[in-house]
Write a protein that binds this ligand. Structure first.
Ligand code: DU
Ligand code: SF4
Length: 226
């Protein structure tokens, strides 16, 4: 099936009761604060270049970010950091990502998440991660023919990508490669090697505290270049 069909199926998924309740509660509570804009309140599909050689795997939509705007890392502070860096590296046509109609285009890069619905406290349960994993598998399969590298944001992005690669029958080094900022693991699928790069997540927890600097993020993104 076409990627648009996968995206459409993801956006109507209701498989996790707790997350369906939460994403809709947040939407209903906060809609009034953003009265001039639509409020998404649904799962977030992938965003970017369908033929991308580089895939980015985040954690999950932020309650008032992608859960609000309907587009990955759009309308929140994490996105400001991420798209500014992708703009510096030539993957994003703009340095900012305010709303789904702002004309932002990504070149050679597509962004997805380990879990597609906003979780309370940004913490999906183990069961929610497992329930959402098939969407990650499908996105990886779509990306596979062109795929060169994957940026995993945070240890959940790292672990869920390695688990998806194993489910798809790729060769993943044992023992399991350890997550770290700038960590690299080489995965082997049927036709080629895929380079998995770890980065601390662009959440404010890391960017506010200086745990993740712009220079560090640029260096990790630099490892993705085909
Ligand atoms: O309409 P479309 O070309 O299928 O694009 C869907 C979605 O993906 C749109 O919001 C733009 C974005 N996109 C992109 O960022 N970079 C591309 O090369 C193609 C599409
Ligand atoms: Fe569906 Fe994933 Fe959202 Fe669960 S987190 S409801 S599996 S899209």
């Amino acid at each position: 099936p076409h990627l648009a069909e996968l995206d459409a199926r993801i956006t109507v998924c209701r498989a996790c009761p707790r997350l369906v309740t939460w994403r809709e509660e947040v939407a209903n509570k906060k809609r009034a604060s953003f009265a001039a804009q639509p409020y998404w309140g649904r799962p977030g599909a992938g965003f970017g270049d369908p033929d991308a050689r580089v895939l980015v795997v985040g954690l999950a939509p932020a309650a008032n970010g992608a859960n609000r705007t309907g587009r990955m890392f759009t309308g929140d502070r994490s996105g400001d950091w991420l798209y500014a860096a992708f703009n510096r590296a030539g993957y994003a046509g703009q340095a900012s990502s305010e709303h789904a109609g702002d004309g932002l285009e990504l070149t050679d890069l597509r962004i997805i998440a380990s879990v597609r619905c906003a979780p309370p406290d940004n913490k999906p349960t183990t069961e929610e991660r497992r329930t959402c994993a098939p969407w990650l598998d499908r996105d990886l399969q779509f990306a596979e023919p062109n795929l060169y590298s994957i940026l995993a944001l945070g240890s959940i992005g790292w672990d869920s990508t390695l688990a998806a690669a194993r489910r798809l029958g790729w060769d993943v080094p044992r023992p399991k490669p350890k997550f770290g900022h700038g960590a690299v693991a080489l995965l082997q699928n049927e036709t080629r090697q895929v380079k998995l790069v770890g980065s601390y997540h662009v959440s404010q927890q890391n960017t506010f505290t200086g745990r993740l600097t712009e220079q560090m993020l640029d260096a990790a993104i630099g490892l993705l270049a085909p």
